[in-house]
Design a protein around this ligand. Sequence first.
Ligand code: UTP
Length: 280
Amino acid sequence: MKAVIPAAGLGTRLLPATKAQPKEMLPVYDRPTIHYVIEEALASGIDDILIVTGRNKRSIEDYFDKSYELEYTLQKAGKDRDLKKVRKITDLADICYVRQKNLIGLGDAISCAERHIGDEPFAVLLGDSITRSKTPLTKQLIDVFSQYNKSTIAIRQVTPDRISRHGIVSGSAINDNVYKIDNLVEKPNVDEAQSDLAIVGRYIITPDIFDKISQTEPGFNGEIQLTDALSKMDEVYGVKFDGDVFNIENRLEWLKSSINFAMYDDEFKDDLISYMKTFI
Ligand code: UTP
């Protein structure tokens, strides 16, 4: 299976940090957000990856490319550990790129992948959200997809204050964690939402989505929404995910993500806690 990582958006909620650098390149603790996303795809058995980029996104390509000067300098200085780290990034995966010319929504970003994907189901991992779970989330979706062969998306329960920030789905439970979805709405008002199940940013989608996107009118925020295109499909399944999700959508969420990952690093965890205590 191939994966598509949309990463063309402007990241306006994170300005000025995103004025001259992609949101997806903002580091969460020790590496760019999109690095974690690629790692999830690889851990799910996917090594054919297409990143949808745009203007101002060159640093994504540079990050995954070979860095001759840096490698040469590290090698000469005998910094073998750092050299290994740098080479590991280049060797991670074979990545292709396509540019989204007009930033008119996630649905449009996905349609830019049509030629690369062809007539096969594919995974979508949003470039600004990181997940952490025992079994990688995309792998969990692939497993459910292989039972139904219909588009399958990750969902999770959210608190009422977050409902209007997500795509919200409703449907009937098939078992403990799988739902047959009959309604998908992008960022509804909390009083109009039919449930508290939000789309998490990971999808396995069948290729008929490309036709559905071309039939989709601009929706929330005047953008071509992937959620609206998915709502035109005859069967969609939802997999309830109970791991951690970090969407670096705004300053607070970005900061929380970095702290969370730092707390998993035994080298700095205790120092971080005592530093935070000085504020608390
Ligand atoms: P978001 O809507 O959260 O990102 O899209 P954004 O538009 O960059 O952020 P704001 O609202 O201006 O702050 C989720 C993911 O989809 C990509 C984004 O790059 C992000 O990784 N995306 C979004 C595209 O690739 N193209 C689009 O037209 C919109």
